[in-house]
Design a protein. Sequence first.
Length: 426
Amino acid sequence: MRLHKKTFKVDLFDRIRTNEESLSKMARQLHGYFTYPKLEGPLGAHMKFRGKDILNWNVNDYLGFTQNEEIRRIDEELTRKWGLSYPSGNRIMAGHTSIHEKLESMLADFTHKEDAFVLNYGYQGISSVIDALCDRKDIIVYDVQVHASMIDGVRLHRGEHFSYQHNDMDSLEKALQKAESKLEKDPQGGILLLTQGVFSSTGDYGKLDQIVALKERYSFRIFLNDADGFGVQGKNGSGTAEHFGVSSQIDLYLGSFSKAFASQGCFIAGPELIMNYLRYRTRTQLHSKALPLVFTEGIIERLKYLKKNLSLLKKLHTNADYLRNALLEKGFDLGESNTNIIPIYFPCNIYEALNIVIDLRENYNIFCPVLIYPFILKDQLLLRLMPTVYHSMEDMDFTLNAFVDIRENLKAQKYSTERSDFFKDS
């Protein structure tokens, strides 16, 4: 008997094609310039964009390790030693090594925790940790501005979750009260609170001291994503919890190797019991390749180097403080930024925003990350500066003067045209 294939009303690809048609024109205009831009040359403050020399403020290399001759030599030696493949397989079956264990021990000590667990990728690792920790009876409470990796962890959660307004302690208390009220009806669950040490878009600290203080009135565990604080914040670079003096009260601490260390992967640190639990429960680690040893041992060497060269932290924060204070003195809106991530907000419509970015890149040769709606409020442009140890005073002064010019041009409505020369030439 011949079986007939069922025909559904909507084909998956047809639906995607229909939904994307309205975006296709904009995507063609933005691609390669605003989205998926290609920076070329050695990673650093000065690179090339579309064949032109540019001043780059979008470098995930806060401590300058990509230009550090000692670290570069070590990376080259480790590449020759291990290649890119070793070890083979996931850690639970064949990819576990004593070098992974050594790194985990060092990280636990560095962040003042009992144990640590190295994860091969930050985004997937964070989402998977949340998924492993919480079952349907648990409740997640989270800051609305936590990273997308945490949001995806919340989306995986099969139980209740409540958000609170960014860094708003009154809003947080209301969310905790809702969670506790739910648990009174079914007391078999717990509460996991998600927040960040440094918020990567807005450059402000999470209010860790105030969050920790709420533990006196509410029962919850804290999972701190400190991707941008690890290696940067605190007197020893141990992170934002060290900066606030609350390391012992942060239940789970996550640090990334991709920001201050300019490498790959991340780790989570906390009680030994929980780390061992995660070693057997985080699906993204159980079913994917272990962090290669060229990275694992490279991170060990970076950690050793940082401990011996804490002057890097002073240099980074000197640069960040200089640039932030100079912008504030000129009257720029930096929001609540108080870290080495510095956002500058401009009130403007979408066309003005695009033209400002083009002017910066084409006439001032300045490249920096750009955020517009829906990532921030409508009629706003956020330009984000991320100073590193290798940005010079000349770089910062030049950028400051360029931003002053941009603001004057915006006031004079020079960016108000609906289309720009860039689009006309495309």
